[in-house]
Design a protein around this ligand. Structure first.
Ligand SMILES: NC(=O)c1ccc[n+]([C@@H]2O[C@H](COP(=O)([O-])OP(=O)(O)OC[C@H]3O[C@@H](n4cnc5c(N)ncnc54)[C@H](OP(=O)(O)O)[C@@H]3O)[C@@H](O)[C@H]2O)c1
Length: 336
């Protein structure tokens, strides 16, 4: 059972970005963790833009050591300048669209951290890619950037996450998915890269986000009893670079929609659920749940609405989660 959320009231009638809903830093303060995680190691993918920057800012306030994989070091340095103090974080060259790069980046993290990894967070993502682009490893780019690259990174850091568990500090994996998974479906084993059906960027995004949810569910089932817990979440609607591939018209239609304007969060508010999942007492000893608005999501309507609230029929499906895991080991060339 989840405890009642102390943030329920401020989420009841949102008033747009910067309203009373908590920021990620507020969560750190409320959890009493300012300066309290010195010596812990946190890896955050996607910390170079949008929600990820704010996730890094807040988690840096705990005093933990941050390793931040980044595909473009010059851009990353620019994004984080003035947000994280020099010496408080290490950028790791790592492109989630390249197995070779992920392997090299994971090796670099493990060597710099002496094999310690307490928290692994994925805030990386890509949306709206108009064409069916394949990565150098032959993976459709949204499936790769939102799911498979992180799956491989997790596999390479898994032993360290398990070895870093102590009786008073579980290891955790937090995956920023999306309410778009509510319209997602697990592709057939031979159709992850749209080999059998026509490409649509919406379908690719929705399905990749469902895969991201399934990864957290499966990690919890496999490793929760060993003290490695995992959650997935919807961060809210936040005006970030995630819309970079959308046409001007498509972006305008979203950003001027009165409903969206009301629910819109600032990036700092958008990072709150991630940070709560990563360091909140609530998730210290459990996982396998989909979160939103700094609480475990309630049961929603099976309406296929990408902006809808709550979990849906396909959010939890152990059989499909198992199937995806097996397929992913093959796709990431870890087995088979
Ligand atoms: N914003 C929203 O309303 C919203 C809603 C639901 C879910 N989400 C999810 O929230 C997460 C964060 O999104 P955001 O809004 O913060 O978007 P963003 O500003 O575009 O940030 C995305 C991050 O992912 C990184 N990234 C993308 N592809 C990568 C790759 N191949 N290798 C390494 N890093 C890669 C980007 O790196 P660069 O800096 O190099 O580009 C950036 O750091 C995403 O998973 C997104 O799908 C966002």
């Amino acid at each position: 059972m989840t405890s009642p959320s102390p943030y329920a009231e401020v989420h009841r009638d949102p008033q747009g970005a910067g309203d009373a809903r908590p920021t990620a830093l507020q969560i750190i303060k409320d959890e009493g963790l300012k300066g309290k995680l010195i010596g812990k190691v946190i890896v955050i993918a996607g910390a170079t833009s949008g929600i990820g920057v704010e996730t890094a800012r807040a988690l840096s306030a705990t005093g933990a050591t941050l390793f931040l994989p980044a595909r473009n070091l010059a851009k990353a340095n620019k994004s984080l300048a003035g947000i994280l103090a020099p010496g408080k974080f290490s950028l790791i060259p790592l492109d989630l669209d390249s197995f070779r790069s992920i392997r090299a980046g994971a090796d670099q993290i493990l060597s710099a951290s002496n094999g310690q990894v307490n928290l692994l967070i994925n805030s990386a993502g890509v949306m709206g890619v108009p064409e069916c682009n394949l990565t150098e490893d032959g993976i459709e780019s949204q499936f790769s950037g939102n799911y498979l690259g992180f799956f491989l990174l997790f596999q390479l850091l898994k032993e360290s996450l398990l070895a870093s568990v102590t009786p008073d500090f579980s290891s955790r994996v937090v995956i920023v998915a999306s309410s778009a998974h509510r319209a997602g479906k697990l592709p057939a084993s031979d159709n992850y890269n749209f080999e059998k059906t026509a490409y649509s960027h919406e379908t690719a995004y929705n399905n990749s986000k469902l895969a991201a949810v399934y990864l957290a569910n499966k990690i919890e089932r496999l490793y929760g009893s060993q003290g490695l817990h995992a959650t997935s979440l919807h961060p809210g609607a936040i005006n970030t670079n995630i819309s970079r591939h959308l046409s001007h018209e498509a972006f305008e239609a979203i950003i001027t929609n009165p409903y969206v304007l009301k629910i819109l969060k600032s990036p700092a508010q958008g990072a709150a659920t991630t940070v709560w999942a990563a360091i909140g007492k609530e998730w210290e000893k459990k996982g396998g749940k989909y979160l939103e608005d700094v609480k475990e999501a309630d049961r929603g309507e099976d309406d296929g609405q990408t902006f809808g609230a709550g979990w849906v029929e396909q959010t939890y499906d152990p059989k499909k989660e198992d199937c995806l895991w097996i397929d992913s080991l093959k796709l990431a060339r870890l087995e088979g």
